[in-house]
Design a protein. Structure first.
Length: 353
């Protein structure tokens, strides 16, 4: 028996791809054959992942796990697979998030939801990376569902950060960090509003670090830039980094005073785990799967009251007792996502087939 995973694209630094490779390594340690197949593979990952064109259907005992987040030719291919079929659903951003900014992405998300529902009678098990996502599967008509969180390599976060960038960030400014692609559902404008309140009413020495891939649709990014310029910020105070290397990512986390999320839609939220792993206090809008991922750790709020959010973030930075209490809770919570725990859950799901 072999257990292969299919993923539309295998990109360096992508949480879904990284999780798939970790799952492959886990399965291999069980003594089984396993590979990750992708339609697209970054050049630096050639030889680690394999091209989907190389995959061969070898037996009814074999298992294929499809990582699903967007429509792709892998969906009809899974239906044709003669062995056992598992869906691992990573969520689809609500299409309405892109209206007015990227009509094509809105169309893709709509098609993605339709294609997801078309698999409801063609898989033996439908997994989701969160309970929030699992409810999507139930609503789409899937019968047998369960949760399998994203697998994260904790050891990678113990590596040293970029020392030059780390020193650059240690310049006396308070660093508010958010990590996530620049997309309307992430609500970067709300983060900028919090930074503006902080600068005007709390202290001028504040910097907002926005780490994540820039959008392909310039209209949204241009609007964000115009917005922060209108509020009197410079690009050194509101920093859009784009995609960064891992040692740079570690520098941003270790240089951050607080991790703040105003995102309206998260199917899981890997950056919340990263912040907890790296001892950055988390303050987050409790939307979609955010509360589930935090599991009572960090501080969550249900109303986007800019003044309250900014003042709470300030307390997390300046009140040592509150900060340590929050960090202690985060250290406890992150253990639930330890690689060995997720690997054990994966094995139980596989053995149930």
């Amino acid at each position: 028996m072999r257990i292969d995973q299919w993923i539309p694209a295998l990109h360096k630094g992508d949480a879904v791809g990284d999780s798939a490779l970790l799952m492959r390594d886990t399965i291999r340690r069980w003594g089984l054959d396993a590979d990750v197949y992708a339609l697209e593979i970054d050049q630096c990952l050639e030889g680690d992942g394999r091209r989907f064109a190389e995959w061969r259907d070898s037996g009814t005992d074999d298992i294929v796990i499809l990582h699903y987040a967007l429509p792709s030719p892998l969906t009809p291919a899974l239906k044709r697979h003669g062995g056992r079929r598992v869906l691992l659903y990573h969520n689809i951003t609500p299409p309405e998030s892109f209206l007015g900014f990227d009509e094509e992405m809105a169309r893709i998300c709509i098609q993605g939801r339709r294609d997801l529902a078309s698999l409801k009678d063609d898989v033996d098990l439908a997994l989701a990376v969160s309970e929030f996502n699992r409810r999507d599967l139930v609503q789409a008509g899937f019968g047998r569902t369960a949760v399998l969180p994203i697998q994260l390599d904790f050891a990678r976060y113990r590596k040293p950060p970029n020392p030059i960038l780390r020193r650059t960030l240690d310049d006396g400014l308070v660093n508010i960090l958010f990590v996530g692609r620049v997309s309307p559902n992430k609500c970067h404008a709300d983060l900028i509003r919090v930074a503006a309140y902080w600068k005007r009413y709390i202290a001028p020495n504040v910097r907002l670090l926005l780490v994540g891939k820039l959008p392909r649709f310039r209209r949204y990014f241009d609007a964000l830039q115009s917005f922060f310029y209108e509020l009197g910020f410079t690009p050194w105070e509101i920093v859009f980094t784009g995609h960064v290397e891992h040692d740079d990512l570690l520098a941003y986390y270790t240089g951050a005073d607080v991790f703040l999320s105003m995102s309206a839609h998260e199917g899981f939220g890997v950056p919340f785990l990263e912040a907890m792993l790296l001892d950055v206090p988390v303050l987050a809008y409790k939307a979609a799967a955010v509360g589930e991922t935090l599991g009572g750790a960090g501080l969550a709020f249900t109303r986007k009251e800019v003044a309250e959010v900014a003042e709470t973030a300030y307390l997390l930075v300046t009140n040592a007792a509150l900060r340590e209490s929050v960090l202690a809770g985060q250290r406890r919570r992150v253990r639930a996502f330890a690689p060995e725990n997720v690997a054990s859950l994966l094995r139980r799901h596989i053995e149930s087939l």
